[in-house]
Design a protein around this ligand. Structure first.
Ligand SMILES: C[S@@+](CC[C@H](N)C(=O)[O-])C[C@H]1O[C@@H](n2cnc3c(N)ncnc32)[C@H](O)[C@@H]1O
Length: 364
């Protein structure tokens, strides 16, 4: 077979003028990553539909189901069920054993409701709230206005008592943050801390996980009043009400934060707000901490050269459709912490769904 790629171009000829052939074209950059990027939302929607139809719950603890059995169970026609389970198997959510579909280890551990580290709340929130909002991403880029809520009717993302939002948003945060808190607890040593104030603590996911890991720790969820009610329910469900309290308040409007804590946690708070608002929050933390008190900022941190990593950069873009802030870099946090008076600024890296690291500092 004639292989032009193996033949050196004759000296003295103008290689650029040679006609290109099909094999030379194949040697250029592959287009396949673009196909993968383009169909990213197909994978997400397959996951979200399977989750919405309780597919993973139905398959959990069974010997698996054939497509016919699943179609009968769901009450749908054979064709759509076959296509959905095939797609789910192709992206690692299901496995086929002798023609019977079972949950993959990933789906069994994280997509079956009522399991401790269930991720379903996050999937549902993305599907129902963020997927439509991201459908208007170009509008958000053009206008610098959020698309997941109406800025003509609300002052900010959290300025709403819409019960659907309450249920969906904090259930999602609970899914994401339970897993993230588990990793943070491994990488950030809180064994010397006794009292943690979780500022904007949401559902209390961090407090529940961290108190489980550190037996000497007590925690308080500081959040807006309706959110404290959600946290209180989660804390009772986890059986942690003797160690975790709630404290309703407003970290923007209140002149000071509650005192009496030796560590303050800010998880996924700073990325919601502008640098000016974040500096004001840090100043309140500094004022309320005792000398030696610590601050822990847990976030998906963007690289200093602002090229990634993807989860942090895309979460930052998500702030365009959701909030006033963006995901900041470790260097930005270091600068703000020093400007506020904190010392011993350290960066701890780890991998979790809701954070790739934490920035720590101490009040002198
Ligand atoms: C993105 S969520 C993070 C929740 C939690 N820290 C976590 O990581 O799971 C932001 C939280 O900040 C809270 N929040 C927003 N504005 C607040 C304010 N002005 N005062 C107190 N909490 C506030 C919200 O209610 C929400 O629970």
């Amino acid at each position: 077979m004639h292989n032009t790629r193996d033949q050196a171009a004759p000296t003295g000829t103008n290689a650029a003028a040679e006609p290109r052939d099909a094999e030379q074209d194949l040697a250029t950059v592959s287009s396949l990553p673009l196909m993968q990027l383009s169909i990213g939302f197909w994978s997400f929607k397959a996951l979200a539909s399977a989750e919405e139809l309780d597919l993973f719950a139905r398959l959990s603890g069974t010997d698996g189901q054939t497509v016919d059995e699943l179609a009968e169970l769901l009450g749908f026609e054979l064709r759509p069920v076959e296509l959905l389970v095939t797609a789910c198997a192709s992206i690692g959510l299901l496995e086929s054993r002798d023609g019977r579909y079972v949950n993959s280890a990933l789906a069994e551990e994280y997509l079956v409701p009522d399991k401790q580290y269930n991720f379903g709340g996050w999937v549902r929130m993305l599907d129902r709230r963020l997927y439509p909002a991201w459908g208007r991403l170009t509008e958000a880029v053009r206008t610098n206005r959020p698309t997941s809520w109406n800025p003509d009717e609300q002052a900010h993302l959290f300025d709403s008592e819409d019960p659907e939002l309450l249920a969906l948003f904090w259930e999602a945060m609970h899914s994401l943050s339970t897993l993230t808190a588990r990793e943070l607890g491994v990488h950030v040593d809180l064994s010397d801390s006794t009292a943690l104030l979780d500022i904007g603590g949401g559902s209390g996911a961090y407090d529940i996980e961290l108190c489980r890991r550190y037996p000497n720790l007590r925690a308080t969820v500081f959040d807006l009043p309706p959110v404290c009610e959600i946290a209180a329910t989660k804390v009772v469900a986890a059986g942690s009400q003797d160690r975790i309290a709630v404290s309703p308040g407003d970290f923007l409007a209140d002149p000071e934060l509650p005192a009496g804590y030796d560590v303050m946690l800010l998880s996924m708070i700073m990325h919601d707000w502008t640098p000016e608002q974040d500096l004001a929050i840090l100043r309140k933390c500094f004022a309320a901490l005792p000398p030696g008190g610590r601050i822990v900022i847990s976030e998906l941190l963007v690289n200093d050269d602002k090229t990634g990593p993807p989860a942090a950069a895309l979460m930052s873009l998500n702030m365009l459709v959701e909030a006033a802030g963006r995901n900041y870099t470790a260097a930005e946090y270091e600068r703000w912490l020093h400007a506020t008076g904190f010392v011993d600024v350290q960066m701890v890296s780890f991998e979790a769904p809701g954070a790739n690291g934490a920035v720590l500092a101490r009040k002198p």
